[in-house]
Design a protein around this ligand. Structure first.
Ligand SMILES: NC(=O)c1ccc[n+]([C@@H]2O[C@H](COP(=O)([O-])OP(=O)(O)OC[C@H]3O[C@@H](n4cnc5c(N)ncnc54)[C@H](OP(=O)(O)O)[C@@H]3O)[C@@H](O)[C@H]2O)c1
Length: 349
């Protein structure tokens, strides 16, 4: 198959670099455009970008000229890694002009006609694309991926929701520095410290799962009735968000049933063999001290979530630790998997 030309908006940032890294050797997609702010426009990618992603900057992009985020880029899909304050209108311009927009930014996540997609969880929400195009008279469309801490939480709990139902979740996050972009949190604020506040994060964690788990209706998504309480912390790890989670199930379940549901989980991306789909979306560790960010974040190339310490909770039903790679599954990798599903389901012509 001929590769599909793709562009990256916000290509010089923390998530943009992960897009470049993950797309540079992709079997279906080829990077044909890189775009960023006025600071970078007209410079080569090598000059404009302070490369901090793993490995070397891919040779193929080094001499590409960074362009403006305007809908005249030579590609069919754009991946958006723009700051939320900028992403809203720019993504709309691209969608109106006929581009498929796969976004990381929060700007359109809650729009009733925009899918907030995790391919293993709610692929059926892609039906919103037709509603979106009709309502807005766009030739293209926007699909968003969840906030990093939401993506790993919802993916890890999906098998429990399917098997037993979920009534309530308590989640305490320990979020890595890369989640704040580059250069991010000042070193003097975070060294020897934990910051018990990340602006807007708790609201996102309490809201997004309800849309992702919501039911598709004629009017849009009817949000799921799960109660979520989130407390978010910035900690001094580089990559990988760790979450301490307690969950109240819809019905009683034995520990072995819970573990079997988690370990046996496979979904549509695995059935379709999408290139970025990890063979095991959820990896369960049985050791008492795992998962750990430094040891486990690269599981499945950063696309698997790792669950450990699954045990009875005296307050709710079960508690566990959930780890996910925030800039891979929680950002660029998630948006690429979304685009692969769009291609596989015939949404990219
Ligand atoms: N980091 C994570 O773990 C994570 C996870 C999930 C979602 N996200 C979301 O992904 C997006 C990017 O985050 P990040 O961490 O990569 O941020 P970042 O490191 O600050 O990068 C921002 C990028 O956007 C570009 N940009 C800034 N202002 C612009 C403008 N006015 N017009 C065009 N381009 C502009 C920057 O270009 P210059 O270099 O030219 O300034 C840079 O390429 C955000 O919406 C964030 O919330 C991040």
């Amino acid at each position: 198959m001929e590769k599909i030309p793709v562009g990256i908006l916000g290509a010089t940032g923390m998530v943009g670099q992960q897009f470049v890294r993950l797309l540079s050797d992709h079997p279906w997609f080829e990077i044909t455009a890189l775009a960023a702010s006025e600071r970078s426009v007209g410079r080569t990618y090598r000059e404009a970008c302070q490369w901090v992603a793993p490995g070397e900057m891919p040779e193929a992009v080094e001499e590409m000229t960074v362009r403006r985020c305007e809908p005249n880029l030579p590609c069919r899909i754009v991946f958006s890694a723009l700051p939320a304050e900028e992403a809203g209108p720019i993504e709309e311009e691209f969608a109106a002009a006929g581009y498929v927009v796969s976004s990381n930014a929060r700007s359109h996540r809650y729009d009733p006609d925009v899918p907030l997609l995790i391919p293993e969880v709610n692929p059926g929400h892609l039906a919103l694309i037709e509603v979106q195009r009709r309502r807005r008279a766009w030739k293209g469309f926007i699909v968003t991926c969840a906030n990093c801490s939401t993506a790993q939480l919802v993916l890890a709990l999906e098998p429990l929701r399917r098997a037993f139902g979920i009534k309530a979740i308590s989640v305490v996050t320990m979020q890595a520095l890369s989640g704040a972009g580059y250069p991010g949190v000042p070193s003097l604020s975070i060294l020897d410290n934990v910051i018990p506040y990340i602006a807007g994060e708790e609201e996102k964690l309490e809201r997004e799962p309800r849309k992702i788990w919501g039911e598709l209706t004629q009017e849009g998504i009817a949000e799921a009735g799960v109660t979520i309480s989130a407390q978010c912390h910035r900690v001094a790890t580089r990559d990988g968000h760790l979450e301490a989670v307690s969950v109240k199930l819809g019905r009683e379940a034995a520990l072995e049933e819970v573990l079997a549901a988690l370990e046996g989980f496979r979904s549509l991306p695995q059935e379709l063999g999408l290139p970025s789909a990890p063979p095991r979306p959820i990896v369960v560790r049985r050791e008492p001290d795992r998962p750990q960010p430094r040891l486990d974040r690269e599981e499945g190339g950063g696309m698997s979530v790792v669950v450990g310490r699954v045990r009875k909770c005296p307050l709710l039903d079960y508690k566990m630790e959930i780890l996910g790679h925030n800039t891979v599954r929680g950002a660029a990798g998630g948006a690429i998997l979304n685009a692969e599903l769009l291609v596989a389901q015939g949404y990219v012509s």
